[in-house]
Design a protein around this ligand. Sequence first.
Ligand code: NCD
Length: 308
Amino acid sequence: MRSIIDILDLSVEELDELIATACDIIDHPAKYAEACHGKKLATLFFEPSTRTRLSFEAAMYELGGNVIGFSSANSSSAAKGESVADTAKTISCYADIIAMRHPKEGAPRIAAQAATIPVINAGDGGHNHPTQTLADLLTIWREKGRFENLTVGLCGDLKFGRTVHSLITAMSRYAGVKFVLISPEELKVPSYVKEEALKKKGIPYVQTTSLEDAIGDLDILYMTRVQRERFFNEEDYLRLKDSYILDPKKLKRAKSDLVIMHPLPRVNEISVAVDDDPRACYFKQVLNGKYMRMALILKLLEEAKYEH
Ligand code: NCD
């Protein structure tokens, strides 16, 4: 049974296929309105979420399917001490596919090993978030028309930001991509991500603390929130939380066709004055996330048909 736990669980060809399906859904939504009739998605969210959970749910409804699930650990048997594996086995009796978010790195993989239905990682701790990357890739594709030869800047909490880790891993598979990693010293990209996705493949990257110095070179600027819930102490969070604030003044130095992205939720990293700039794509990203989740659910349920 195939699960999607890491963005590398999908080949570049499969990403192309998902993008093609998402674009077809955008153009012909009626064609897909009953595609998952009679199927159930279970959303098992042990951590807070607005976009990821609701976009999975909206995706399944727009495919004609149904949704069950819970939105906090407190309202599930995890509060009684049930293991992730037992929860996954149980839900396999009720649903056809699972989307799981969990504060512990690796929990969705444990769930996938125990489940008899596909499991999609909807974010595991500070580790990975492959379906946000699907949203990000469709956004880059629709805005730029290519993945190759782009200078991608990632800015903010690159240590705990799981969306950053998955996006670097995904983009490192395309030719001519360069990364500019902009963060405070304490919040640099973890060395395991740099090692696997960048160093081993000889992908060019620079690390800097200055957004102002880097912004003029970028084709994509991916802003991120400082991940308060992953900090060990509040003092460090308060010191680092406003390290970068993108505002119209900083954008004066940027390219006219820069694509500004953010996985959201935003706290202070992008001033609301930027929202009306035509380069701001973060709300388009939200919508793209729903279409890519529709494409992914369709693909995994189609594959699962042939495994039973
Ligand atoms: C992100 C996440 O949960 O990692 N949000 C999302 O899914 N769109 C980013 C974040 O919480 O900062």
